[in-house]
Each structure stands twice: as C-alpha cells, then as structure tokens.
Design a protein around this ligand. Structure first.
Ligand code: MG
Length: 281
C-alpha cells in the first residue's frame, strides 16, 4: 500500500501539496509550457533576447499569471535566456540571435500563489548535428530521470538515471547547479541533483503529493561552470555548448504527472514529438 501523507505535512522538510495546490500548479505549468513554446517559435536569427523576454512576459500575464523570476533574489528580467556556452541564468538583453546558436529558455509562472518551473533548449535556424545531438540527449536524460519519479524511490534514483544516460552519451552533467522542490516557493526542499556521489544530496524518499523541478544541465565538454561578473550568468568553463531541459512534476500513486507538459502536442528541438508516454519508459 502506498504510504500516503497528509497535505501540508512535511517529509524531510518536503511539503506535501493538497489537491487544490496541485490544481493551481497544473495551471501554472500550462502557462509555463505555452510561454516556452512561444519562446521556441520566436528564437529566430535576428531576434533579441530582450524582445523574447517581453513577449514571454506578455504571454504569462495574459493568463493572469505572474512571471515568477522577475525580481526573484533581485533577478532583473522575466525569463532566463542562455545562449551557446551559457548554462543557465543568462539575462535577456540586446544580444541578437544568430543562425546556428542554441538558446535555453527557463520560465517560472505563479497562479494564485502556486508556482511551476520549466526549461527548454532550442536551435536558432539550422544547427550543427552535434548541437542537435546535445539537445536530444539532454531531453532524453530528463525523461530517463522522470521515469524514476515514483513513491518509494529516492531523489537520487532520478539523479542516477540522468547521470548514467548523459555520461553514456559522452557528455557531462553540471554539478554546481541542481533541481529543487517547487510549489509554494520557487525553491523548496529537496535539492534534486543530476549526479550521484558521496557528496550529493538525494537520500529523501519520494511520496505522493511531492512536487519537484527536475532539470538536467548537460555540457558537451567538462562539467565545470563559471559565473559571469553580472552575478547571474553561468557558462561552461571550457567554452563548450550546454543544454537544459526542465519539467515540474507531482509524484502520484502511479508515478508522476508532468505539470509543465503542453497538453497540445509540441515538438522537441530535434523534431521528435514530445509526448508524456516518452517520459514513462
Ligand atoms: Mg528550476
């Protein structure tokens, strides 16, 4: 029998969400998914990351939702736009995208006090085959991780599945930055790493009603990242490309539900249909 926890209860500091809270997160997740889809469509040569930020803000607010990242810890924009060797937390600005770039979009939305968080990396115009492979492997690694999200498993079962898949494909997972619990706040316990070793967190056991943001960041080269002088942007130390995919999920009796998956069919950057079944392997 599933070990069912009371909504509002805390397990290892992880808040079990009520059905009503999950319903609001589901709505926030759909706003995130739509904003990410529009950002992907808008990532064409010549588009500036600032224009994309403004477009995403308008999409989010059109649903009465709040762009969660704005002013979070002092962040100066509504979404994150990280280009090529930038890993995460790139700040939108006057930079114009060029044919062959890859860009990671990270979006948070709040609906009636509940939050969802998602990210996707897309190519700008035609991209090199090795860049396309990085995107596909990162997306597939996320799916491998999500397939381990079920009651009774530990957080590190997600991490192990992600790391194995990434490393089997010759890439590295970023260790400095990790996924997280999400819901009432953007960052809640537990930490959700993408690697497993003696120092990694992840001993917590998953239970129904826990809500997590799972977000592998995958580098073509080494796993090391450095932060720019802007205090936000992380990039690969070796200048190699980096990709980032993220979903917010809720742990259910049968496994998990992806809250940031577009209900309408969408396409991954590599052209494959993104369907919930793919994350159930
Ligand atoms: Mg996140």
């Amino acid at each position: 029998m599933t070990d069912k926890k009371r909504p509002g209860a805390r397990e290892h500091g992880i808040i079990i969400k009520s059905a009503d809270e999950i319903a609001r997160m589901r709505r926030a997740g759909q706003v995130v998914a739509l904003a990410l889809e529009r950002l992907g469509q808008g990532a064409v040569p010549g588009a500036t990351t600032l224009a994309l930020d403004q477009m995403a803000e308008a999409v989010i607010r059109s649903f009465g939702a709040i762009p969660t990242f704005y002013n979070l810890y002092g962040y100066p924009a509504h979404v994150c736009t990280s280009v090529n060797d930038e890993v995460v937390h790139g700040i939108p600005g006057e930079r114009a995208l060029q044919e062959g770039d890859i860009i990671s979009f990270d979006v948070g939305a709040t609906v009636e006090g509940m939050m969802a968080d998602g990210a996707v990396t897309v190519g700008v115009g035609e991209i090199a085959p090795e860049a396309a492979r990085l995107l596909q492997v990162t997306y597939d690694a996320l799916c491998r991780g999500l397939a381990q999200a079920r009651p009774g498993n530990r957080v590190r079962d997600i991490a192990r599945a992600v790391q194995r898949y990434v490393e089997a494909n010759g890439y590295s997972v970023v260790r400095k930055l990790v996924g997280h619990g999400v819901g009432r706040k953007m960052h809640e316990p537990p930490q959700v790493p993408n690697f497993v070793d003696e120092s990694a967190p992840g001993a917590e056991t998953l239970a129904v009603g826990m809500t997590l943001a799972v977000e592998p960041m995958v580098n073509q080269g080494g796993p090391e990242v450095v932060q720019d002088a802007d205090g936000w942007t992380y990039r690969t130390r070796d200048g190699s490309l980096s990709a980032h995919f993220e979903h917010t999920i809720v742990v259910t009796e049968r496994g998990s539900e992806i809250l940031t998956l577009r209900h309408a069919p969408t396409r991954t950057p590599a052209g494959r249909r993104c369907r919930e079944e793919e994350c159930r392997r």
